[in-house]
Design a protein around this ligand. Structure first.
Ligand code: FAD
Ligand code: NAP
Length: 333
């Protein structure tokens, strides 16, 4: 048996039957061609909820490397191995003068997982820079390229999270980055942070440092208190439903979303239900950030206690606002 209890950022108790680490795309391809299995791919473990007893074999892609493929005056195309740390990649690119990832600094996890839920923060998504992915078919080891367009990247979603869930190993990403700064300061918080730091003409590094400070102030560090980041997705509601909620909750936090509907801040809804800082059985909503579900008993609590708490939160939000909250991390039962 393999103890994976401290292999995910929520630190749930998990025992696995089999764990295989691979170090290259060729190794992954040979393994999958040789052994037909329903593999479970585990990278940084920051967006995944595993059961106490995991019978599915686990494949860990330790594929490294950051290579420049082609460049012109405006942009550079780089290929990144799935096992590279996302945060290290962001800082490495900034050091090289390759821009576009600065708002995505400090997101835990590995590069190969970034397209799975189209990671995003502070108004930028990996979709904005993703050129293509390299895929290994988990059923037969076939290797192929797929363009970003064909990954159906959307708000915290992609084809890999839905229609083609668990079908592929993403072995590498190709990212197209700018060689000149292209700042995205659309989130008011970034501008305020930069102003507070006296940055009138911010560089991409200034933006990354500002985002890092905001995140370190506001979010809960899994190394201090285990968590899986935002536990629920921000729900999108129709304009009619928005009007209805606003009648009862005039200070509701919401934003227009790309489809012309309204995106509600899930953390605000949970906090308004009085759940911030509440817990049971050692699982609850952080007293620092209501959207973050924390595990106060690392290595002891299981998926069962977490789903129990999540169900309670969902029912409170549904009762008060008529809105269903979807769980963001991938759940394996
Ligand atoms: P894992 O948790 O290991 O896996 C997640 C899913 O992807 C699983 O279904 C797994 O099977 C699959 N998967 C992983 N790697 C591969 C691969 N190479 N090929 C195929 N499938 C794969 N997310 C955001 O979008 N924005 C944020 O700002 C953000 N902040 C966070 C802050 C904290 C404190 C935490 C704990 C999480 C945060 N997240 C955020 C969520 C998480 O960091 C991202 O979703 C990240 O991309 C997950 O990467 P991982 O390597 O940990 O993936
Ligand atoms: P925040 O700044 O307190 O904002 C709360 C919510 O309002 C966020 O979820 C954000 O949506 C939305 N929002 C704020 N300003 C917006 C704007 N100008 N336009 C559109 N939407 C806006 O959020 P936070 O919790 O501190 O997180 C900061 C950023 O990091 C967010 O982008 C968040 O998604 C990201 N983050 C994600 C995770 C995760 O696990 N997925 C964990 C930590 C942080 P969006 O979430 O759509 O941006």
């Amino acid at each position: 048996m393999f103890d994976l209890s401290h292999r995910t950022t929520l630190a749930l108790r998990v025992q696995a039957n089999e764990v295989v680490e691979i170090h290259s795309e060729a190794e992954a391809s040979a393994l999958c061609a040789d052994r037909k299995r329903p593999w479970l791919v585990l990278s940084g473990g920051s967006n995944i909820l595993l059961p106490a007893e995991l019978t599915q074999p686990v494949l860990i892609p330790l594929i490294k490397g950051i290579v420049a493929c082609e460049q012109n005056a405006e942009s550079i195309l780089i290929e990144v191995g799935a096992g590279e740390s996302w945060n290290d990649l962001v800082w490495y690119c900034l050091e090289q003068g390759w821009y576009g990832l600065e708002n995505l600094v400090e997101i835990p996890g590995w590069a190969g997982a970034a397209p799975i839920q189209n990671i995003g923060a502070y108004g930028v998504e990996v979709k904005d820079v993703l050129d293509s992915v390299r895929l290994v078919d988990l059923d037969n080891g076939t290797v192929m390229n797929r363009s970003a367009m064909d990954c159906q990247l959307a708000y915290r979603s992609s084809i890999f999270k839905h229609k083609e869930q668990d079908r592929w190993l993403i072995s590498a990403l190709r990212l197209r980055l700018w060689r000149q700064p292209h700042l995205n300061l659309s989130y008011a918080g970034i501008r305020a942070e930069l102003e507070a730091r006296g940055c009138r003409q911010p560089s991409p590094v200034d933006v990354a440092q500002a985002v890092r400070s905001m995140r370190q102030r506001k979010l809960v560090d899994p190394a201090v208190l285990p968590n899986a980041g935002s536990f629920f997705q921000n729900p999108v509601v129709s304009n009619e439903q928005l009007e209805e909620i606003l009648r009862h909750e005039p200070d509701l936090m919401y934003f227009p979303d790309a489809s012309g509907h309204a995106k509600l801040a899930a953390g605000w809804l949970i906090e308004r239900c009085g759940l911030k800082g509440q817990s049971r059985e050692g699982v609850g909503c952080s007293n620092q950030h209501a959207l973050v579900v924390v595990n106060n008993r690392p290595g002891q609590n299981t998926l069962h206690e977490v789903l129990d708490w999540a169900g309670y939160v969902q029912s409170c939000v549904l009762d008060r606002f008529g809105v269903h909250l979807d769980i963001e991390p991938r759940i394996y039962h």
